[in-house]
Ligand binder design. Sequence first.
Ligand code: AMP
Length: 215
Amino acid sequence: MNIILLAPPAAGKGTEAQILTHEYSIPQISTGDLLRSATKKEDALSKEIKSIMEQGKLVSDEIIIELIKNRINEDDCKNGYILDGFPRTIKQAEKYDEMLAEIDNKIDYVFAIDIDKSIASSRITGRRTCPNCNRIYNVNSDNLKPKNKNLCDDCKIELKHRKDDNAETYEKRYNAYLEETAPLIDYYDKKKILYHIDGNINKDNTHKQIKEIID
Ligand code: AMP
């Protein structure tokens, strides 16, 4: 199964990808997570990528395509995977189509999670992530809170608040979404693989709609 989750920042892509991963035993590929772990180094390229991310801008298509190419060729991706945060531009989508054609593969579902901007931006300040397993929590939401204050339920280590999860950077990330990523909705709609999902309620409701379509 080859799934793409397409949505503005903080619409619940990462949370839904983690639920699907458990349910269908296929990995989540988050380009944001891949970039965050690639930028732990101190070299010039890492610093440059980190600065782009902190400004809420998009990293270059070339870097992203190289990351994805390497990741989808890993063994655990043989039965499919869930793309969370890729593609984010028409160029990335076209390159991805070429990559899939070369290996005689195809995209099964593109889920566009629609959400009101005010709801998404209000989720941003409460979002926390486990630096070890990348599990996503939200301290402002009853069904996404960690059991122990600021500790990952699984790894028992302190949760982190992403530097780009603030109101000012959110605005820039949202605009990058509107300009660069939203045109993908039409791109996949024309291919008849796009499904709209209402992401305004909560994670269970988002998942229920997606599961109904897959099953
Ligand atoms: P995310 O974790 O998906 O919210 O992504 C965090 C940041 O990583 C984004 O704001 C971008 O700076 C960068 N990023 C993640 N995925 C991509 C992508 N497919 N193309 C370009 N930049 C990306």
